[in-house]
Design a protein around this ligand. Structure first.
Ligand code: SME
Length: 160
């Protein structure tokens, strides 16, 4: 009898389960959206250590850089451009296993190999921010990440 082995997916799920109430505690007591996004980026970075984690805010017909953790990044992205602009235009989460295979990917940093972008919506369902997580490894994100990050996005839609 081999002891109960926990899969990589299981460990990730556990991290997300611990993280969600932490983020909720951080944001539910603060009314300032930028403070809440900043702490959420830090909490995600501390938990998962990805290369770049941050937010872009919808500003007219562009996205503008918001709170983030990681190297310097592009400040403005047009609607429909790159992964972030496409997730915004489609109002949908996008998982990109290999950024070199994504037409129009914006290479803010050459180390970025895969990414996930999750929209954060207002009460009317319009996108007001996107959460962008970039990894320096291929294939870093799957449907489990999408499911948990969308829960975080729903939480932030109330507090950011
Ligand atoms: N990867 C993004 C650009 C933003 S940075 O990577 C921080 C994209 O193609 O949308």
């Amino acid at each position: 009898m081999v002891g109960k082995l926990m899969t990589v997916e299981g460990r990730q799920a556990e991290k997300y389960e611990r993280l969600l109430p932490q983020i909720e505690a951080l944001v539910a007591t603060e009314a300032d959206p930028m403070a809440n996004l900043a702490n959420t980026a830090a909490a995600l970075r501390q938990t998962f250590g990805f290369f770049w984690i941050g937010f872009y805010r919808v500003d007219g017909d562009e996205l503008v850089l918001g709170p983030f953790q990681g190297p310097v990044a592009c400040t403005r992205i047009d609607k429909n451009k790159g992964v972030c602009g496409s997730a915004w235009a489609q109002n949908n989460t996008l998982i990109v296993p290999d950024v070199d295979q994504f037409p129009g990917h914006i290479a803010c940093a050459s180390a970025s190999r895969s990414e996930i972008v999750v929209p954060i919506r207002d009460a009317q369902g319009e996108v007001k921010y996107v959460l962008d997580i970039d990894s320096d490894q291929l294939n870093s994100f799957d449907e489990e990440d999408k499911r948990h990050l969308e829960r975080i996005a729903r939480l932030l839609s109330k507090y950011a």
